[in-house]
Design a protein around this ligand. Sequence first.
Ligand code: SAH
Ligand code: SF4
Ligand code: F3S
Length: 440
Amino acid sequence: MMTDHPTVFLHTYGCQMNVYDSELVGSLLTTDGFRLVSHPEAAQVILINTCAVRDHAEQRVLGRLNALGTLKRRRPGLLIGVLGCMAQRLGEELKNRAPAVDLVLGPDAYRRLPGLLRERLVSGATAAFCAGDPGETYGDVAPARGEGVNAFVAIMRGCNNFCTYCIVPYARGRERSRPPGELLDEIRRAVENGFHEITLLGQNVNSYRWDETDFSALLDRVAQIPGLRRLRFMTSHPRDLGERLIERLAGGGAICPSLHLPAQSGSDRVLEQMNRGYTRAQYLDKVRRLRERVPGLALTTDLLCGFPTESEADFEATLELMREAAFDDAFTFKYSPRPGTRAAKMKDDVPEAVKLQRLERMIALAREQADASRQRLLGETAEVLLEHPSPRDESEWTGRTRCGRVALAPGSFQRGAEVRIRVEAIRGFSLWGKPAAPNT
Ligand code: SAH
Ligand code: SF4
Ligand code: F3S
């Protein structure tokens, strides 16, 4: 069964941090002689990188593992590994829920993956759970990125905020920043390899710190890297977003005018119960400052409905906050209790039907706001960094504007070309316009 270059299929669920982690895993495996393949059928190893943020995310993974169990009965030598946040949350317990699983590795344990896989491929031993090193940052691992114009770079790992509903601090451990020198090297290399746009990742980038370097100082250094055209970051915590960062967003250059600032709720009482560390007024005050200082800013958010004790009035306060903030887009969720979190000890007292109905109202308003935000751009010019031909129509290319909106331009281009369009129409969720003169 063992070949020189065992084949691995790796599938990723969850957030950008998981996408980045899968690139680290890809790198660790290929460095060790494994070969990544793009279809599961022929792979000797199937790895699933998982998300634990909501019950729904976990159910999807369990469904997938169930199907893989069927595949494994046909191919008994197949190795199945579960990585990521759900692996860390459930540990050995995962084996009871999905008996086909051979390996369970949390986000800090990936260095052990190649060795464990080789052992299993040779000896066929049973499931192992590894939590890994809580200080791990994978500083020396060069992520194996696919093709594209945007590269994710994790500037920190873990989270110390313990929002009461959230599993992330348990699944990803304590917050740790990576040294600026190492980050600058990684970003320089990515830019040299054709990634014109960099997105810095962390659960709360505003609390990045290494000695004297805080997040604003890091941004200043990254923004100066030659060849880097666009710099984005996520996620910002409203409590820690300060005037200095607002200045950076206003300053232009490589730093793009887009900001993801999760509000979660518009009710002070609920925000307090969530341990978010800000009030509605403080949140809206930051939004006001941002709108004043950063014209054209695309402001997006995350919102959560149906948190325990949320009343109709609390929920309406969230809708009202949405209106006041005039978000350009919003990711909306209904609360799902995560075992082990503080909120999970509270009674999950908002009935499912009410949660769903609130979610639908939030979605409707978010759509309206996103539509209005795109409509406002009609007639404006926008710089589009082109990524690939449109899957719907090969005679057009798709890319993103500086504020992060998807845009289409008719014509044939090269990946990474930047064109200026005058927005003439909205096609679906995309801006559309003919390119004026190429910038590059
Ligand atoms: N670190 C980021 C992202 C956290 S997870 C942040 O602080 O914003 C992404 C989103 O998932 C959160 O913003 C929240 O809106 C949602 N989420 C987290 N836990 C949840 C839960 N238990 N139920 C439903 N949604 C949840
Ligand atoms: Fe979760 Fe809050 Fe940390 Fe975000 S800041 S990952 S919501 S605990
Ligand atoms: Fe991301 Fe999900 Fe983990 S949102 S950090 S993959 S729990």
